[in-house]
Ligand binder design. Structure first.
Ligand SMILES: *Cc1c(COP(=O)(O)O)cnc(C)c1O
Length: 434
């Protein structure tokens, strides 16, 4: 499978080079040059397949010959070594829990998959990769954990100072080894812009082989398709249509859902649920894409004003807004609504939402005001413990600490490097020799 750049200038690349490059030289995002439908047999037989078999079938065409089947299956088994439970919250509303991985973030799947692909590509080489990632909260922890102690890979994580939760910060700063955290005086979009600049900076690229572990990297983006097939397997019931609501920030997850639909998953209706960073819902209403500056909210992993993957969504629909609107709905919610839903769901169902999942839940409720006869799932993208400062005040109850966190919850934030602008980042990278 070849990947083309959405800016159309750079040459096409196979999966391995597209992963290693992260982003094309012309700054474009990689996009599959050809998308084939899965066989009808696979879909109708999905109930008989386990998660690893489903994942293998879904991603195989996107890897092509870059990884032999046996090794690909090994990477998938290693990546998906935890559960994806689904919980009924209310009539026709299910929470699909994606937070049972090591960093309690749904990004664990993409980060683990990408780390293992890079390790595979680099298995016989002494060369070192520098993996650079900007995080609005959860990517950092997932990437730090997924790449921790992976041979010949150094990871640099940029996060906006004071704008991520204390647990998220500890997850990023407490590992050490090959993981370097950098605190940026700015917002997430500043971190993202700096990371994108590094990739096209010749001076840095002369001495370091840099790649991105943000959802712009196809190895992080594509495995997110798995979730939608898992939901289909679990919720499929005769001909009842399924709707999936995805709390969205950089729109990588929902874009993977739309891609899953394109390759034949019989889920046609998707909801991109956002916080006040509402560039996409405004676009779907007005046809005009006009990001405003980032707004800080309690669902901080979604504080993204100009979502990177939006261009991929446009491409999937050939920039046809009306076609896109047949599959994609999008609603935005403020912090007050988010908090009220955390309270009311806890009172009604004793289920603890985190602020991101709460937005997913609200999106489904909004959709159900005008549509019925659907079964709906929203993605619970983070464990509520990570936002305990917010959530415990609302439900008046302590959230039990899951085993993944018991070690770090009582530690202090680790050391970081602090920067304010691109030149400082560049100086740091140029001055670092691994
Ligand atoms: C990253 C993240 C999101 C947003 O996912 P995108 O793919 O960037 O849209 C939602 N919730 C949580 C908890 C996240 O970490």
């Amino acid at each position: 499978m070849l990947y083309k750049s959405l800016n159309k200038i750079s040459s096409q690349e196979y999966f391995n080079n597209a992963v290693i490059n992260g982003i094309a030289q012309d700054k474009g995002l990689y996009f599959p040059s050809k998308i084939n439908k899965l066989s009808k047999d696979f879909i109708s037989n999905i109930q008989n397949l386990n998660n690893h078999e489903i994942a293998f079938n879904v991603i195989y065409q996107f890897i092509g010959n870059c990884i032999p089947k046996k090794d690909l299956m090994g990477i998938i088994e290693d990546t998906l070594n935890f559960d994806f439970p689904i919980n009924k919250i209310e009539k026709n509303i299910f929470s699909f829990e994606l937070f049972h991985g090591p960093s309690l973030a749904f990004k664990d799947v993409g980060a683990r998959f990408m780390a293992r692909c890079l390790a595979y590509f680099n298995r016989n080489s002494k060369e070192k990769f520098t993996v650079l990632v900007a995080t609005s909260g959860d990517t950092g922890g997932a990437v730090a954990n997924g790449f921790y102690k992976i041979k010949n890979v150094n990871v640099i994580i940029l996060y906006p100072k004071g704008k991520i939760s204390s647990i998220q910060e500890k997850q990023i700063t407490n590992l050490g080894e090959n993981i370097t955290p950098i605190e940026v005086n700015g917002v997430f979009d500043d971190c993202q812009r700096m990371v994108k600049n590094v990739f096209i900076d010749d001076e840095i690229n002369k001495i370091h082989k840099v790649t991105s572990a943000n959802s712009i990297n196809i190895a992080r983006w594509l495995p997110q398709m798995f979730y939608y097939f898992f939901i289909y397997k679990k919720l499929y019931y005769k001909n009842t249509p399924i709707v999936v609501s995805v709390p969205s920030g950089n729109f990588g997850n929902i874009c993977a859902g739309l891609l899953a639909n394109k390759i034949g998953l019989p889920i046609d209706t998707y909801i991109a649920s956002t916080n006040l960073n509402d560039s996409v819902p405004r676009f779907l209403n007005s046809g005009i894409y006009k990001p405003i500056s980032t707004i800080k909210t309690i669902s901080n992993a979604m504080d993204v004003a100009d979502p990177s993957n939006f261009v991929r969504i446009q491409k999937l629909y050939n920039n046809d807004l009306n076609k896109l609107k047949m599959n994609l709905f999008s609603y935005s919610f403020n912090d007050y609504e988010t908090k009220e839903s955390i309270k009311s769901v806890y009172i009604k169902s004793k289920y603890i939402l985190d602020p991101h999942g709460a937005i997913g839940y609200l999106g489904l409720k909004e959709f159900f005001k005008r549509n019925n006869n659907f079964i709906g799932a929203f993605m619970e993208t983070a464990h509520p413990i990570k936002f305990h400062e917010t959530v415990e005040k609302l439900i008046h109850k302590k959230i039990p600490v899951p085993s993944q966190l018991s070690d770090i919850i009582n530690t202090k934030k680790g050391d970081t490097i602090n920067i304010s602008n691109y030149d400082e980042l560049k100086n740091y990278l140029l001055g670092t020799n691994y």
